[in-house]
Design a protein around this ligand. Structure first.
Ligand code: HSE
Length: 429
């Protein structure tokens, strides 16, 4: 095999784009094929922005579509982000010309993965996105390639470092969500507009992609039920810990008898569970395979170096002649998820009530649960200074989620309740 020069066009020069240019400059022959990688051109929103890497000598394109179409671009690397606009237009332009595309864009793949895969496959060109999920930690290749001999039953993990940092800091420092978020923004860990992260949407994009790879379906974002960490109170973090749990934002995709459940939500995770021990900005993922059992990976989910390394691994696959369907079957034959119907969903829940401290309160709560047919696993009444009432916390045994919801609605109507009940699921992974 004679070694070749591969010219990459890099659109988007934020943390990951700059990290990739650093990597390629320092190690242009990172590919096991011995081929050389050179950056031929770049594109970003603002040419004048201060950047950590030297752009002189690189061809500049105001429009990423022009970079994608340039005859000097052999592989188009999209690091702009966003499901629509310039990122989508430039990726489509490259694929239409039969050029390989490497992207870190989870929103784009979660929203338009099937149609982009169809375009790539019609042109016989790769579309790769390892860096879109868990940054530098190789979750996509593991599911797409290493697990195909097995049948995946479930994937579940911590896929957003910003949320995990906030929850870890709230517990460690005893500060509120708003205080820790403000600090994370000042330190540059959280975006000025944190909605994508703290609202659970970033993790929703990532679990949508992993679910598609795990179960051979089309990526369908609408299938995901998404709840973020922005409603988590310090009181619940403390009470959960007293009961032996840590609250984590868990993204999961599980195959059940009636369909596939894809969700992102805060969950009480037992303190001795590996997910409970994933602290700070780290990401982690469980994969349950029918034959292999449980695999657990943990690592950097963001950052210039780790994410650029994942992009480079995809570029190396292009150089080695990657030729497989983008997902687990040709794009045209990928079916949509069959979501589990709400009536079939089962689970356990933590319910926190703030009540007036008077006789008969616990009896009335027990009566509501008994009438609904929900069995209590643990019960804790714990006076907390400044709580403005007495917090009562209970955890349920496994029950239909709809039944638990009906019981909670009945509790909410009790006159002794001072605030609406707070319900958080207990992790079932
Ligand atoms: N914003 C993401 C996170 C990293 O906080 O994990 C990029 O996907």
């Amino acid at each position: 095999m004679s070694n070749a020069n591969w010219r990459i066009g890099v659109a988007g020069l934020g943390t990951v784009g700059s990290g990739l240019i650093d990597l390629v400059t320092a190690r242009p022959r990172f590919s096991p094929t011995g081929d050389t990688c050179v950056v031929s051109g770049v594109s970003a929103r603002s040419r004048g922005a201060r950047r950590s890497v030297d752009m002189s000598g690189l061809a500049w394109f105001d429009n990423p579509v022009d970079l994608a179409r340039s005859p000097e671009t052999d592989v188009f690397v999209e690091l702009i982000g966003g499901a629509e606009g310039p990122a989508r237009e430039a990726v489509e332009a490259a694929l239409r010309l039969g050029k390989p595309v490497v992207t870190a864009n989870k929103a784009l793949i979660a929203a338009h993965g099937q149609e982009l895969a169809a375009l790539a496959e019609a042109q016989g060109t790769p579309l790769l996105f390892e860096a879109a999920v868990m940054g530098g930690t190789p979750a996509v290749k593991m599911l797409r390639e290493a697990m195909v001999g097995d049948e995946v039953e479930a994937v579940a993990g911590i896929l957003n470092g910003t949320c995990n940092y906030i929850l870890t800091q709230m517990e460690a420092s005893g500060r509120s969500f708003a205080e820790v978020l403000a600090e994370a923004q000042a330190l540059g860990y959280a975006e000025a507009d944190p909605t994508m992260d703290v609202g659970g949407f970033d993790a929703g994009h990532k679990i949508t992609i992993l679910a598609a790879l795990a179960f051979g379906c089309a990526p369908t974002l609408v299938a995901a039920e998404i709840e973020g960490v922005d409603t988590i109170e310090l009181l619940d973090i403390r009470l959960a810990k007293d009961l032996g749990y840590r609250i984590k934002l868990v993204a999961s995709a599980v195959r059940t008898g009636s369909g596939i459940s894809v969700r992102v939500h805060p969950a009480l995770t037992p303190l001795d569970h590996p997910l409970a021990r994933v602290d700070g900005v780290l990401n982690a993922l469980f994969i349950h395979g029918r034959k292999i059992g449980r695999i657990f990976i943990q690592g950097a989910g963001a950052g210039a170096g780790p994410t650029a390394a994942a992009v480079a691994a995809d570029i190396a696959d292009v150089m080695a002649g990657a030729r497989r369907p983008v997902f687990q079957a040709p794009a045209g034959s990928l079916k949509a998820f069959t979501p589990v119907s709400a009536a079939d969903a089962i689970g356990r829940a933590y319910v926190r009530l703030l009540v007036r401290d008077e006789p008969g309160v616990i009896a009335s709560i027990s009566e509501v649960l008994a009438e609904a047919g929900v069995s209590i696993d643990s019960f804790l009444q714990k006076p907390v200074e400044g709580a403005g009432g007495v917090p009562i916390v209970l955890t349920t045994h496994v029950a239909p989620e709809a039944t638990i919801a009906r019981a909670v609605a009945a509790m909410a109507a009790l006159p002794v309740l001072l605030t609406p009940p707070r319900v958080i699921r207990i992790a079932g992974v």
